[in-house]
Design a protein around this ligand. Structure first.
Ligand SMILES: CC(C)(COP(=O)(O)OP(=O)(O)OC[C@H]1O[C@@H](n2cnc3c(N)ncnc32)[C@H](O)[C@@H]1OP(=O)(O)O)[C@@H](O)C(=O)NCCC(=O)NCCS
Length: 179
């Protein structure tokens, strides 16, 4: 990872930078997997509004990695909203994206480890949803110890398949500071 990269938790006002990186990352990584209209829409203004709402509602933290004040990656973690899971037991990484020009340099690993540390001591399991055909991301998660748990759904009304990955977290110790 770039030694200058700095980690912080997002707050209201960070939505525009997150939305811009989110759209750029999806357009680069999902092209050819997801129908073009789904990755070209919503636009930046709409995505910025969505992110500002997410940051205000603060169901969980959004971790930002910045280099020279510029956002190079982010990760949003929260209690799982999945109907078949208990949100008190299972956390979810809802989004993890590194700028397309900054991939493969350890930034994603740092963001994942940060979200994992947040979840440990609060939850038993960590899940996330990934496009079945997004092999690079699946390889990345598998390296980090995650594995498909058998759940599947489709991506925003298309017939593109999304699968759920899961990791059992370390049990909290009695002395864990977050207990
Ligand atoms: C997936 C993603 C978050 C990984 O972040 P990153 O900063 O590129 O990954 P890192 O540099 O931390 O890589 C960590 C490990 O995963 C491996 N890895 C990363 N990208 C990989 C790829 N495209 N193919 C295979 N392995 C990969 C690296 O080789 C590395 O292994 P190593 O430590 O043994 O060298 C990032 O590439 C990304 O934003 N992708 C596009 C968006 C996306 O698909 N997000 C996931 C949505 S569910």
């Amino acid at each position: 990872m770039s030694p200058a990269a700095k980690l912080r938790t997002a707050g209201p006002g960070d939505g525009a930078a997150i939305a811009a990186l989110h759209l750029a990352s999806q357009r680069a990584a999902y092209r050819g997997i997801v129908p073009a209209e789904l990755i070209e829409h919503p636009d930046l203004a709409e995505r910025t509004r969505d992110w500002e709402e997410t940051l205000l509602a603060a169901a969980g933290p959004t971790f930002l990695l910045e280099d020279g004040g510029r956002l190079i990656g982010f990760c949003y973690a929260r209690p799982s909203p999945d109907a078949d899971l208990d949100s008190h037991i299972t956390a979810e990484i809802s989004n993890l994206h590194v700028s397309p020009t900054r991939r493969g340099r350890g930034h994603g690993s740092v963001l994942f480890a940060t979200a994992r540390r947040w979840a440990e001591g609060r939850f038993r399991d960590l899940t996330l949803w990934v496009l079945q055909e997004n092999r690079p991301a699946r390889d990345f998660y598998e390296k980090l110890g995650m594995a498909p748990d058998g759940a599947a759904r489709t991506y925003h009304g298309s017939d593109v398949r999304v699968i759920r990955y899961r990791l059992t977290l370390s049990p909290p110790s009695d002395t864990h500071p977050l207990k």
